[in-house]
Design a protein around this ligand. Structure first.
Ligand SMILES: NC(=O)c1ccc[n+]([C@@H]2O[C@H](COP(=O)([O-])OP(=O)(O)OC[C@H]3O[C@@H](n4cnc5c(N)ncnc54)[C@H](O)[C@@H]3O)[C@@H](O)[C@H]2O)c1
Length: 325
């Protein structure tokens, strides 16, 4: 049994708590939030001891691992206090607010040697694994991706997501998933350029982000990708389309399906198990139980590259110029 504690009991923290209830090998031993109301709700719902003091929780419950579900500016202290006690760290995406913080967190993880994982859950998708297999040794030339979501249309979504200073908007907070899974499939990004605007939800006092953007990226291996993103779409649509003279595949990340053609052969693969949050938490727990970092598909060190792409995309969108990575 792997004993985990959770810090941050908001949307994602409660999501992970719900998921972990269904995983036999995980026992949640403590939860922490600075917001008393959030904490109380989670304690009542999950019947786990609550703490408003993180260090006190670590000292009292002595968990094997911590699941960090706070906003991205709250990472370094939480990782340091856990890792220096030998407590393994699962860290929600984005891995940090900026590169400086990410490097400090990375140094702590290197020094302490604890198992680490970043919440890029699409890496655990069977459809992503199948796509990697299908494109291995074949040419990909063009990529068309889109992530369409309705966060800006949801009245009850945490407001910090719409504060540009805190969340970075869709390009930083959410497109980082696409940047990460695209890197996992295609390689490293070299340059990015793009446009952003408020196309549906206008800016206001507590809405300082642009709700939509479009970027073009050039990879070091020459691949060109255009990515379209909005938080003002009344549904969920997440696809990456891979195109060349050898293949034409559509990877539907929301549905866990990859379809199309490779060398004129029709492909239709539907992943049987795409409970992605469950898979990433199971992998973290197993990595702890077996003391094997290799079971984790998204290490902190690798996630820093995805963070860099997201930060440069934001820079390109803000400046309206081409940015080199
Ligand atoms: N992987 C995914 O699909 C996914 C989905 C949603 C959110 N996220 C990520 O999860 C993280 C949390 O997002 P959320 O939607 O749950 O936000 P949220 O605002 O709902 O919850 C964050 C919680 O953290 C608490 N908190 C902040 N600082 C704290 C501290 N120092 N100690 C203890 N608690 C503290 C807040 O009080 C709040 O309750 C973000 O990094 C976000 O990008 C990931």
């Amino acid at each position: 049994m792997v004993r985990l504690a959770v810090v941050g009991t908001g949307w994602q923290g409660q999501g992970h708590l719900t998921t972990m209830k269904e995983i036999n090998d995980i026992q949640v031993v403590g939860i922490c939030d600075l917001n008393e109301e959030m904490l109380k709700k989670a304690v009542n719902k999950f019947q786990v001891k609550g703490f408003n003091n993180y260090v006190e929780m670590l000292e009292e419950t002595k968990p094997d691992g911590i699941v960090i579900c706070t906003p991205p500016e709250v990472r370094e202290f939480l990782v340091r206090e856990a890792a220096e006690r030998g407590i393994h760290c699962f860290i929600e995406k984005p891995p940090a607010k900026n590169l400086e913080m990410a490097k400090k967190v990375d140094e702590i993880l290197d020094r302490t040697g604890v198992i680490n994982s970043v919440g890029f859950m699409y890496r655990y998708s069977g459809a992503v694994a199948k796509t990697r297999e299908l494109i291995a040794g074949r040419r990909v030339a063009l990529v068309r991706s889109a992530m369409l979501d309705g966060l800006a249309l949801r009245p009850n979504w945490p407001r910090w997501f719409f504060d540009k200073e805190r969340s970075g908007g869709p390009a930083f907070d959410q497109a980082i998933h696409i940047f990460d899974v695209s890197r996992y499939l295609l390689g490293e990004v070299d340059q990015v350029i793009g446009y952003q605007d408020n196309l549906i939800v206008p800016k206001g006092e507590d809405f300082t982000i642009e709700d939509s953007f479009s970027v073009t990226m050039k990879y070091t291996n020459g691949i060109l990708q255009s990515h379209t993103h909005t938080w003002s779409y009344p549904g969920v649509f997440t696809q990456i389309e891979l195109i060349s003279d050898e293949l034409h595949l559509t990877l539907d990340l929301a549905k866990g399906i990859v379809s199309g053609k490779v060398d004129d052969i029709e492909i239709l693969f539907e992943s049987k198990d795409d409970a992605l949050y469950c898979l990433e938490l199971e992998a973290f727990a197993k990595a702890i139980a077996e003391n094997n970092q290799d079971l984790v598909l998204s290490t902190y060190k690798d996630s820093i590259q995805s963070l860099e792409v997201a930060l440069k995309a934001v820079e390109a969108l803000e400046s309206g110029t081409k940015v080199k990575i």
